[in-house]
Design a protein around this ligand. Structure first.
Ligand code: BTN
Length: 144
């Protein structure tokens, strides 16, 4: 192989190495969002399912905020930046929040969970259904 051929092979190897070395975004761990809420996600099983605990720092009820259980799942099979969803069933109120999002990892290996949520609150009757659901976004960063 000539000098040019060798340089080409080397360049190709370097490009392959740099593009395939993106870190995996892992959901397990403890995360905090911009509202100051924390959540801890347990190990994700082979089917992509996980459970955890969510401690919200804000609430619509004004009641004392307790830790509530959450359950979710993520896309599996070699996903570097997986999509996921989870549900929090609030213990302090009759409400439930569903989150959907994606786990991103940047060039420095910093992970963020970019999410969108729907919070469903209980209303007295079907006439009040129009005001029962709110929508928002949260960005989580890893704290553990
Ligand atoms: C309630 O107020 O009925 C229960 C607590 C809801 C907390 C919401 S869920 C979406 C948003 N993100 C948070 O971390 N907390 C609020």
């Amino acid at each position: 192989m000539g000098k040019t051929g060798f340089s080409l092979v080397l360049a190709l190897a370097l490009v392959t190495l740099s593009t395939s070395s993106q870190e995996k975004c892992i959901l397990s761990g403890t995360w905090r969002n911009e509202l100051g809420s924390n959540m801890t996600i347990s190990a994700v099983n082979e089917a992509g399912q996980f459970s955890g605990l969510y401690h919200t720092d804000v609430s619509t009820t004004g009641k004392q905020i307790l830790v509530s259980p959450m359950k979710g799942s993520q896309q599996v099979d070699n996903q570097e930046q997986p999509i996921f969803g989870f549900t929090v069933t609030w213990l302090v109120s009759d409400s439930t929040t569903v989150f959907v999002g994606q786990c991103f990892v940047d060039d420095q290996g910093k992970e963020t969970l970019q999410t969108m949520w729907l919070l469903r609150e209980k209303v007295k009757s079907a006439e009040d259904n129009w005001k029962a659901t709110t929508v928002g976004t949260n960005v989580f960063t890893r704290i553990k």
